[in-house]
Design a protein around this ligand. Structure first.
Ligand code: NAP
Length: 345
């Protein structure tokens, strides 16, 4: 892959005479979720298992379906497809350690890239056996862009990609594997994911806000913090509408993130300001925004490069699926209320 060369991000299926056929989908979608232990996977399972959910769901964790072990992964997914008969596979599993990926490029490419080619093949093989199509909803990232667009101009799904670090390149390889694979696929690129579950920036800020006297946070990267619950809600709305039974199977790339834009510094200030108001009884050591210093990306010197502009234009996704996106601050509030009600893990 040449990361600087523009590449198509939406590919129509070669055989447009074939239409999507899945009788189960017309009634109640059956979702096989990979990466069930991660932020997005956990939100998907939680929402699907709520009493009023119209979904059937089966989640597989990393140990049940390891994407870095092709044989085990292949047999686990094949078995799950045969027994559960999903209408959709939602792949929330990924190698997401952005800096560590610089030291483990092969592993990152296997998990985020090659495993997607395998998944598309597996779904197609089983679709053929069962005469019923299985569609793949996959998540990708703002890091497929180099972020050189002026801040204020959001990236469109069809804008040329130019990932800079290993993580971004590996995620882009996964997008391409699905675009070239035999199964219908929809890739949702998202950004700056946070949750009350797993590791993320919000939980780090809560911990540091109760232990440090001063924080230094990058102020020259811009994007939309997005809760895993917002992604899961959007995903469930999408799978109820996609693919339409009359549609030719296709591969598409779309964007989904929360409304609004901020910098990591702005996000940190908001997290701690809200948290102090929501839980004044906690022993905050950061008690004002003056203790949160704005620094540049070069001062922070992370091992992997990050895009300066991570803004994703989601208008096509909103239009195609009638979605309404929450503002990131509203999504943050929901997560903080849950997080601050329990001891920080
Ligand atoms: N986090 C972000 O800020 C962000 C931003 C943009 C896009 N995205 C994309 O959004 C999607 C969901 O991200 P997330 O935030 O939910 O990530 P996450 O919390 O890191 O979850 C990823 C899941 O994948 C699992 N996993 C890692 N390596 C695996 C392997 N070899 N085989 C099977 N499973 C493996 C992890 O297992 P363990 O829990 O055992 O490690 C974890 O459960 C990913 O595609 C990611 O690239 C995330």
């Amino acid at each position: 892959m040449t990361p600087k060369s523009p590449a198509p991000t939406a590919v129509e299926a070669a055989d447009s005479s074939r239409t999507f056929s899945n009788p189960l989908q017309a009634s109640r979608p059956r979702l096989l979720v990979l990466g069930a232990g991660g932020q997005v996977g956990n939100s998907l399972l939680r929402l699907c298992q709520s009493a009023d959910s119209p979904m059937h769901v089966l989640g597989l964790t990393r140990s049940q379906a390891p994407l870095d072990q092709p044989d085990l992964f292949g047999s686990a997914v094949a078995q799950a497809i045969e027994s559960f008969k999903p209408s959709h596979i939602l792949n929330a599993a990924a190698y997401t350690a952005v800096d560590q990926a610089e030291k483990e490029p092969e592993l990152a490419h296997r998990v985020n890239g090659q495993a997607l080619a395998q998944l598309s093949e597996l779904a197609a093989q089983h679709s053929a056996q069962a005469s019923q199509d299985i569609a793949i909803l996959h998540y990708s990232t703002d890091y497929v862009f180099d972020g050189q667009k002026p801040v204020g101009q959001a990236y469109q799904p069809k804008d040329p990609t130019a990932p800079e670090g290993v993580y971004g390149k590996s995620k882009y390889a996964g997008e391409q594997a699905l675009a070239q694979g035999p199964s219908p696929s929809l890739v949702l690129r998202t950004s700056w994911v946070f949750s009350d579950h797993g590791r993320n920036f919000v939980k780090t800020m809560l911990r540091l806000g109760q232990s440090q006297q001063e924080l230094r946070v990058v102020a020259d990267q811009w994007g939309a913090p997005t809760s895993s619950d917002a992604i899961a809600r959007a995903s469930l709305a999408i799978v109820q509408q996609w693919p339409k039974p009359s549609q030719a199977p296709s591969n598409q790339v779309l964007h989904f993130c929360c409304e609004g834009t901020t910098s990591w510094h702005g996000f940190a200030c908001d997290i701690l300001d809200r948290s102090r108001r929501l839980a004044p009884e906690l022993a905050w050591t950061i008690t004002s925004a003056q203790q949160i210093k704005a620094i540049t990306s070069s001062e922070f010197a992370a091992p992997a490069p990050r895009p300066a502009n991570s803004q994703l234009d989601c208008s096509l996704t909103e239009k195609q699926f009638g979605l309404k996106r929450p503002h990131w601050s509203e999504a943050l509030n929901d997560v903080l209320v849950r997080l601050l009600a329990k001891p920080l893990g």
